[in-house]
Write a protein that binds this ligand. Structure first.
Ligand SMILES: [Zn+2]
Ligand SMILES: [Zn+2]
Length: 321
């Protein structure tokens, strides 16, 4: 019989459960005590029925390994990749576990998440957090890695003109990641308060009411989360440029891809990134991540925290023990 723990559970309804079973660990897995967990847009969408998920929510965390067959890990502070791959299929064989068709995904698909006292992941997913990196920065590893994925997929040069559409957390993090490479990055968004928080290093910001010139960018990142973001991105991208798609909104509307053909634009779908890259970016660069934190709640008040995260204009809410 497993010990009971507190967990924020979605089973058609969102509620804090006080006697949810602690995760058991299989060989090669670690049980992790959660020090900090972030609420993200995906979590809000899951509670609206996205993916049909049921269980403990949460995929952004920093924690400490409490139990593991390999005692080397016990006591280490860690963050963890969210995709737990089968390690047997042809995708896994070529080190593409993030695309394994049999994977489970922490707090998203067939796998209890980290808005709880504990979660469990394979040790292969874990990255050790450097001693000087606090939990409330390490907890951003997942979204920062997703932003760094762009640098992995697209060859961004110092002089490349980059435009990021969307001033949500992911848009801001993508803009910051691009800023570490290019000297010409503009974040376009609708909320002056968010644009203000985003200004860092050489980043330019622009309200979406101000029209950017057509075909002016070498690279456009679409992170608006809205249906017409792609059309706008295609308009701003120069011929033979690159449009990176970060929004997962299922566009039900009409999609005109003719501009992509006429201007020979490369479309790049972009999702998660490698935690090693995200962690390195957070450790080596002084990204002002604290500016993205709107509030911190104890796990006991997770329901209130969730409600806060869903309010307009809110960027990051953290859950702490
Ligand atoms: Zn997330
Ligand atoms: Zn696999």
């Amino acid at each position: 019989m497993m010990n009971p723990m507190k967990a924020l559970v979605f089973d058609g309804k969102l509620h804090l459960e006080r006697s949810y079973p602690e995760p058991g660990i299989r060989p090669g897995w670690a049980k992790i005590r959660i020090n900090s967990a972030g609420i993200c847009r995906t979590d809000l969408e899951l509670t609206k029925g996205y993916m049909g998920f049921k269980g403990a929510l949460g995929h952004e965390f920093a924690g400490t390994v409490e139990d593991c067959g390999d005692k080397e890990w016990v006591g280490r502070r860690v963050v963890g990749e969210i995709n737990a791959a089968c390690r047997e299929c042809e995708w896994c064989a070529v080190d593409m576990g993030r695309h394994c068709p049999d994977r489970t995904v922490l707090g998203i698909m067939n796998h209890d998440g980290c808005m709880a006292e504990y979660c469990a992941l394979p040790t292969a997913n874990l990255c050790t957090v450097p001693d000087n990196l606090p939990d409330d920065r390490a907890v951003f590893t997942e979204p920062v890695s997703a932003a760094c994925e762009i640098l992995e997929q697209v060859d961004v040069g110092k002089k490349d003109r980059c435009i990021v559409l969307g001033d949500g957390k992911l848009g801001i993090l993508c803009a910051w990641a691009l800023c570490t490479v290019s000297n010409d990055v503009t974040l376009v968004g609708r909320h002056e308060s968010k644009l203000e928080r985003a200004r860092w290093g050489g980043l330019n910001t622009s309200p979406s009411s101000e029209k950017q010139p057509d075909a002016s960018a070498d690279i456009v990142v679409e992170a608006t989360g809205s249906e017409n973001g792609l059309a706008q991105a295609l308009r701003l991208c120069r011929p033979r440029g690159v449009v990176v798609l970060k929004s997962t909104v299922a566009a039900g509307g009409e999609l005109n891809l003719a501009p992509a053909v006429i201007n020979e634009i490369t479309l790049v779908g972009s999702r998660c990134g490698r935690f090693k890259d995200g962690l390195e970016m957070i450790t080596k660069r002084d990204l002002p991540l604290n500016r993205l934190i709107d509030a911190r709640y104890p796990l006991d008040e997770a329901e209130a925290a969730f409600e806060h995260a869903g309010r307009r204009g809110v960027l990051k809410i953290l859950l702490e023990p």
